[in-house]
Design a protein around this ligand. Structure first.
Ligand SMILES: [Zn+2]
Length: 202
């Protein structure tokens, strides 16, 4: 879309257009919504973005989002350290928590292996996962990456690395919508997938 707006308006449209899932038309619509909004509403949005960026970072153990050094799940002594669910993104933790079936800990890879997008294991938190498995008394790793091509490839890659360590490696069961993301699965389906997880073979 050609730039027909002046400085700050175009800058706002450009920035909004860089957000995931926001195309040029939506960016324009949101920009004009904000320009029409009451000044305090628009300023509140700007403030919460800055505030979130300033105060929230990554948990140094599991790489979930966290306000402190450790996230809420890593700080919780009631959770079972022997059981570790590996997910792609922090939002997948939210999906698994909704099932109320899981009382172990999490590890967030911050993505999945995707040759097309140039994402290999070295861009993910794989080294950190192996260190945790070694140091934290983990006996089972549940591979809860998404049921799509990237998620499956990532699960298989991790299984090959983890199985020689002699621990139980499981994959959440099929039954989840293929090609979808965990975050879109309802909690009953996801709860069943977790319960019906199966051993991964080398
Ligand atoms: Zn954590």
């Amino acid at each position: 879309m050609a730039s027909v707006y002046e400085g700050p308006v175009q800058a706002l449209i450009d920035e909004l257009g860089r957000l995931p899932g926001v195309g040029p038309k939506s960016a324009q619509r949101i920009a004009f919504y904000l320009l029409k909004a009451a000044p305090e509403d628009a300023k509140r949005l700007a403030r919460v973005i800055v505030d979130a960026k300033d105060r929230v970072s990554w948990c140094r153990r599991c790489f979930n989002i966290s306000e402190g050094e450790l996230c809420v799940f890593c700080r919780d002594d009631e959770r079972d350290s022997a059981l570790l669910a590996v997910v792609e993104e922090p939002r997948d933790i939210v999906a698994l928590e909704r099932t109320q079936e899981f009382r172990g800990r999490y590890h967030v890879l911050q993505g999945a292996i995707s040759p097309i997008e140039g994402i290999g294991p070295e861009q993910l938190r794989v080294k950190e996962l192996l260190a945790r498995v070694r140091d934290e008394g983990v006996t089972e790793v549940i591979l809860a990456t998404n049921p799509n091509i990237e998620g499956e490839a990532t699960a298989m890659y991790l299984a090959k690395l983890l199985l020689p360590a002699g621990l139980r490696v499981t994959r959440i069961a099929s039954g989840l919508p293929v090609g979808g993301d965990l975050e879109y699965a309802d909690e009953v389906t996801l709860g069943r997938a977790l319960e019906g997880r199966r051993e991964v073979d080398a």
